[in-house]
Design a protein around this ligand. Structure first.
Ligand code: G3P
Ligand code: MG
Length: 246
């Protein structure tokens, strides 16, 4: 049995960058997450009307920009005109909604990227995403997660090198057994942080799975997750989590 090198120190995964301290899913947020020592950043993607990979959590621009409308119905040129920073604070005015490639270009290569696929409406996204990730070194840097596990299976069948992570909000009876049902190699489980205990973690590790609960923002939540031995923690405050771990 391989020792779990993260047993007492989970990796720090910046949620939407450092969404507690910067406008979520902007380059400013990813830059801050990197400066704060994140090992990985999580982001959310959709496909625009013209087939570009757009980094945004919601289906629409309305909540996190001064623009509006459904991303899948908007041309990327329109999306790029939106201000994605001012809603958070005037000091972030002018931040754009990023293309996925900008995040890969921005972050140092040692920082891994957890791409959460939100818009799983069609096979076009599968193809565009895999075409992009097959570029130099990107597959190795990436874990693709989604609440849509059929989509993850499709991606894994099309690209066996891809690492996939199962996202779910339900409190499953047995997390590791569920992963095994997929009959394909799963890299990680991404459960809600409130739905995971010591036994679940032990079984996941024994099955060779990483376990990255989301989205834990408070020291008491971190302490619980650390004590049960998760291998990563998804948080809006990667800087504070790093301080806590150190
Ligand atoms: O990937 C973890 C977490 O981001 C899943 O939920 O809604 O924040 O994308 P949500
Ligand atoms: Mg997400």
């Amino acid at each position: 049995i391989e020792p779990n090198i993260h047993a007492s120190s989970p990796i720090v995964i910046g949620h939407r960058g450092a969404a507690g301290e910067a406008p979520e899913n902007t380059l400013a947020s990813f830059r801050l997450a990197a400066e704060q020592g994140s090992h990985m950043v999580e982001l959310d993607i959709h496909l625009s009307e013209d087939g570009k990979l757009i980094v945004c959590h919601d289906d629409t621009l309305d909540r996190t920009t001064d623009g509006s409308g459904a991303i899948r119905l908007l041309h990327s040129e329109v999306i790029r005109k939106a201000d994605a920073g001012s809603w958070f604070s005037p000091s972030f005015a002018g931040e754009k909604v990023p293309f996925l490639e900008e995040v890969y270009d921005l972050l140092p290569e040692h920082i891994e990227i957890n791409v959460e696929v939100k818009d799983s409406a069609g096979s076009l996204l599968d193809r565009v995403l895999l075409d992009y990730l097959r570029g130099e070194g990107r597959l190795e840097r990436t874990v693709v997660s989604s609440f849509d596990h059929k989509l993850l299976l499709r991606l894994k069948q099309a690209e066996p090198e891809l690492r996939i992570g199962l996202l779910y909000a339900a409190d499953l009876i047995h997390h590791a057994t569920y992963a095994a049902l997929l009959e394909t190699e799963v890299w990680s489980l991404h459960p809600h942080h409130g739905h995971i205990g010591a036994r679940d973690t032990e079984d996941a590790l024994a099955a060779g799975l990483q376990i990255y609960p989301y989205t834990a923002n408070h020291p008491a939540e971190w302490d619980k997750l650390i004590s049960i031995g998760v291998t990563g923690i998804i948080t809006d405050f990667p800087g504070l989590l790093n301080e806590h771990l150190n």
